[in-house]
Design a binder for this molecule. Structure first.
Ligand SMILES: NC(=O)c1ccc[n+]([C@@H]2O[C@H](COP(=O)([O-])OP(=O)(O)OC[C@H]3O[C@@H](n4cnc5c(N)ncnc54)[C@H](OP(=O)(O)O)[C@@H]3O)[C@@H](O)[C@H]2O)c1
Length: 271
């Protein structure tokens, strides 16, 4: 269905999503999607939109959220948008305060994120790269989960952590800010999930490979690299709503982890 090369078809096998099943799982539910103004978040909102679900879309760019809302309303969806910089304490508090006024919250798709690829040398005067990535990739989702936990527990809801294979690959040069911040939330979420599950909240993590979204556009080496379509990524998130699965990761992750050790060793030799 997707316009994939031979290699991409092998790496990202596509099993069509049972959309009717997804509709019935979302019936009467309220779903929060952070980072819904582009890429994976936008496609997830598009996939989930329908008359039976209330979508709450969060991101900074209000014009983008407005345009998406306009489109989704045509599909009969009930959409609320919240424009906020989730790195900013006051704005994050305002978002959580508004969300806590909801009667119910069933799904939190924790997707907003920032990626940075920069050498240490080029980062010397850029300590803010590290505070910014930690703020959006780690502190914001931690705060959202902590605040929304009682509401999610009340409706026996679900949290979906949109993560990356980078969080579980051997650390790569140039990706320190991204890998450590995504890795921090991955570990926090894994540490917390038994307690969340005890409250009746389902927890799932999707470890995505490269996905063709605005996030990867600045990285020249990714332009021709095999990458998943954002619509396909959204379908995998949809599958986590339908199935009782805790983790989705690419079938080739284990050999990928081994390869990442060799890439690291090869990088050392070049040092
Ligand atoms: N693309 C990939 O290859 C890939 C692979 C694995 C995992 N992921 C993960 O997938 C998630 C979505 O990324 P994407 O690829 O879809 O990238 P994207 O198109 O750049 O989307 C990122 C989203 O996060 C929002 N966001 C960023 N900073 C924010 C902030 N401070 N406050 C509120 N919202 C903020 C952006 O909205 P605004 O700019 O409007 O705020 C945007 O909606 C990320 O968590 C990323 O780590 C991506």
């Amino acid at each position: 269905m997707y316009d994939y090369s031979f290699l991409e078809k092998l790496m990202f096998p596509h099993r069509p999503l049972h959309k009717k099943k997804l509709r019935s799982h979302l019936k009467g539910k309220t779903v929060v999607i952070t980072g819904a103004s582009s890429g994976i978040g936008e496609q997830t909102a598009t996939l989930f939109a329908g008359p039976e679900v209330h979508l709450i879309l969060i991101a900074r760019r209000e014009d983008k959220l407005q345009a998406i809302k306009k489109d989704l309303i045509k599909k009969g969806a009930h959409v609320t948008i919240m424009s906020a910089d989730l790195r900013d304490d006051a704005e994050l508090n305002k978002v959580t305060h508004e969300l806590l006024q909801l009667e119910r919250l069933d799904v939190l798709v924790s997707n907003a994120g920032l990626s940075i690829n920069r050498s240490l040398e080029a980062s010397q005067d850029r300590f803010h790269d590290f505070t910014r990535t930690m703020a959006i990739n780690y502190f914001a989702p931690v705060k959202l989960v902590l605040e929304l936990m009682p509401l999610l527990a009340k409706s026996k809801g679900q949290i979906i952590n949109v993560s990356t294979i980078n969080a579980i690959l051997s650390p790569l040069s140039g990706w320190a800010a991204y890998q450590s911040s995504k890795g921090a939330f991955d570990i926090w979420f894994r540490s917390s999930e038994i307690e969340l599950n005890r409250l009746g909240i389902r927890t799932s993590t999707v470890y995505f490979p490269l996905v063709r979204t605005p996030m990867i556009e600045p990285t020249a080496s990714y332009r021709k690299a095999p990458a998943m379509h954002a619509e396909h990524a959204a379908e995998l998130i949809g599958r986590l709503i339908i199935c009782n699965k805790k983790i989705h990761k690419p079938w080739w992750l284990l050999p990928g982890q081994v390869a990442s050790v060799f890439v690291r060793q090869w990088g050392r030799r070049g040092a």
